[in-house]
Write a protein that binds this ligand. Structure first.
Ligand SMILES: Cc1cc2nc3c(=O)[nH]c(=O)nc-3n(C[C@H](O)[C@H](O)[C@H](O)COP(=O)(O)OP(=O)(O)OC[C@H]3O[C@@H](n4cnc5c(N)ncnc54)[C@H](O)[C@@H]3O)c2cc1C
Length: 398
C-alpha cells in the first residue's frame, strides 16, 4: 500500500498552508498556539473566514455548500489548520448534526439549519449524556411527551460542552418505554432559550467552564424539532457518533503539542544548557516524535482504507486511544520542561490579558492547565475502555 502523498496532494497542502498563514488573524493564532483561552467570537470569526473562502465545510457534499473533499484532503486541511494555530472547527454543528440533517432531516429542516451551521450563526451543543447514562447511553431518562403540536421535555443532561454559548441543542430523549432500552428514543432539536432550560457550568480541573449541566423542566419543543421518526432515534444517534469518532484521532493536536514541546525545551535550561540538548530529555523527545510519526502513518492508512470504502471497523477506535495517549504524554513532557514551575497553576494566566504574577515566565503559565485539560481526551467521544471493548468485538467478535 503506497501511503505517500501524490504531487497533487502536496500542492493542496501548500495551498492550505499559504491560505492559513495569510488569513488567520494574529490575535487568534497567538491564543491558540499559546494554549490560552479561546472565546466564542474567535471560533465564529475563523469559521466565517473559511466559509467565505468556500472552505467552511470540508466534509459536506458540494450540493449543500461543502467542499466535497475526499478523506485525504480533509485530513491534510485539518492538520495544516491545527499546526498553524487555527481554532478547531467546532464539530457539534458541522460534523455531528449536519450529516444527520442531510441523511434524516426534512428539506425544511435542511434549509433552515445547514446554511447557519456553515457560517456559525447557530452554535450547537450535544445533549446525549446524562447522570447515569454515559457509556450506557441507552439508559437515558430525559422524557419527551407529545401534547398536540409540541413535545414537553423534562430531565437532565450533563457534560454538555459549550452549552453556555449554544443557542441550539440536539438531544436524545425518551419517547417510549416498550421493548429494549434502545427502542423509544428520539432525537430532538431544542432551542436553548426555551423557557424551562437552565445551564449550570461544571468547573474542570484546569479551571475552565466549557462543560455544563443542562436542566430541562417542561420545555416545549415544536413537532418540527423531531428528526426522523419518533422512537427511531437510536439509529440516528449511532450514525452521528460514527462521525464523531473518526474525527478524534487528534493528529493535528499531537503535532501542535510536539512543536510547542520543542520550543519550550529550547528556551528552558538545565545546568545552564538548553534542555533540548540534555541526552535524557532528547531520548524522550525522540520517542514521542516517533510515536507521532507512527500515529500519522496509521491515520494515513485508515484514510486510504476509508477512501476505498472499507476500514471503519476497529481502526477509528485504535486511533482514538493512541491519539489520546500521545496527547497525554506530550502534556507530561511539557510539564517536565517547566520543572518546579509546573506546580503552581494560575488559572487567570490562561487569559491573553493576564498581567499578574507568574512562576517561571509567561511561556510556562498555561502548561499545568494544558496538562490537566488533556486528561479528558481519554473520556469524551467514548472512553478508552469502551473503545477497547469495540476493538475486541470487531476482532474476536466477543
Ligand atoms: C470534557 C468532556 C466533554 C464532554 N462533552 C459532552 C457533550 O458535549 N455532550 C455529551 O452528550 N456528552 C459529553 N461528554 C460525556 C462523555 O461522552 C461521557 O463522559 C462518556 O461517554 C463516559 O460516560 P460517563 O462519564 O457516564 O462514564 P461511565 O460510563 O459511568 O464510565 C465510568 C468508567 O467505567 C468504564 N466503563 C463503563 N462501561 C464499561 C464497559 N462496558 N466496559 C469497560 N469499561 C466500562 C468507562 O470507560 C469509565 O472509565 C463529555 C465528557 C467530557 C469528559
Amino acid at each position: 500500500m503506497d501511503l505517500g502523498p501524490t504531487s497533487e496532494e502536496d500542492a493542496f497542502r501548500r495551498e492550505v498552508r499559504e491560505f492559513v498563514a495569510a488569513r488567520l488573524p494574529d490575535d487568534i493564532r497567538r491564543k491558540v498556539l499559546g494554549f490560552l483561552r479561546v472565546e466564542r467570537e474567535d471560533y465564529v470569526r475563523w469559521q466565517r473566514i473559511l466559509a467565505e473562502h468556500g472552505w467552511g465545510a470540508p466534509g459536506w457534499p458540494v450540493a449543500h455548500g461543502g467542499c466535497g473533499w475526499n478523506a485525504v484532503r480533509r485530513n491534510i486541511f485539518e492538520e495544516e489548520c491545527f499546526v498553524a494555530g487555527a481554532p478547531r472547527q467546532m464539530p457539534f454543528g458541522l460534523s455531528m448534526i449536519a450529516p444527520v440533517l442531510m441523511k434524516f432531516g426534512t428539506p425544511a429542516q435542511q434549509q433552515r439549519f445547514l446554511p447557519r451551521i456553515l457560517t456559525m450563526d447557530d452554535w450547537w451543543c450535544q445533549g446525549y449524556s446524562e447522570p447515569g447514562a454515559g457509556s450506557d447511553l441507552a439508559s437515558l431518562k430525559t422524557r419527551a411527551v407529545r401534547r398536540g403540536d409540541h413535545y414537553v421535555v423534562s430531565g437532565q443532561k450533563t457534560w454538555t460542552s459549550f452549552a453556555q454559548w449554544a443557542n441550539w441543542m440536539f438531544a436524545l430523549v425518551r419517547t417510549g418505554t416498550d421493548g429494549k432500552p434502545q427502542q423509544g428514543i428520539s432525537l430532538l432539536l431544542i432551542r436553548m432559550d426555551s423557557p424551562g432550560i437552565t445551564v449550570r457550568p461544571i468547573k474542570t480541573l484546569d479551571g475552565g467552564f466549557d462543560i455544563n449541566e443542562v436542566f430541562l423542566e417542561d420545555v416545549r419543543v415544536p413537532l418540527d424539532g423531531l428528526i426522523g421518526e419518533q422512537d427511531a432515534g437510536w439509529t440516528i444517534a449511532k450514525y452521528l457518533l460514527g462521525h464523531e469518532r473518526t474525527a478524534i484521532a487528534g493528529l493535528g493536536m499531537c503535532k501542535r503539542l510536539l512543536r510547542r514541546l520543542k520550543e519550550v525545551a529550547r528556551s528552558q535550561t538545565k545546568r545552564g544548557r538548553p534542555l533540548i540538548d540534555d541526552p535524557r530529555f532528547r531520548d524522550k523527545l525522540s520517542k514521542i516524535e516517533i510515536d507521532v510519526h507512527a500515529h500519522e502513518w496509521a491515520l494515513a492508512r485508515l484514510v486510504s482504507l476509508e477512501q476505498a470504502g472499507q476500514g471503519l471497523g476497529a481502526e477509528p477506535s485504535m486511533l482514538k486511544i493512541r491519539g489520546s495517549e500521545i496527547q497525554a504524554e506530550l502534556g507530561e513532557l511539557l510539564m517536565e520542561c517547566a520543572g518546579p514551575y509546573a506546580v503552581p497553576h494560575v488559572e487567570d494566566a490562561l487569559s491573553p490579558d493576564h498581567a499578574g504574577a507568574t512562576a517561571g515566565g509567561a511561556e510556562l503559565n498555561p502548561l499545568t492547565g494544558l496538562y490537566l485539560d488533556l486528561r479528558k481526551v481519554a473520556i469524551y467521544g467514548g472512553t478508552n475502555e469502551i473503545q477497547r471493548g469495540l476493538i475486541g468485538k470487531a476482532i474476536v467478535g466477543a
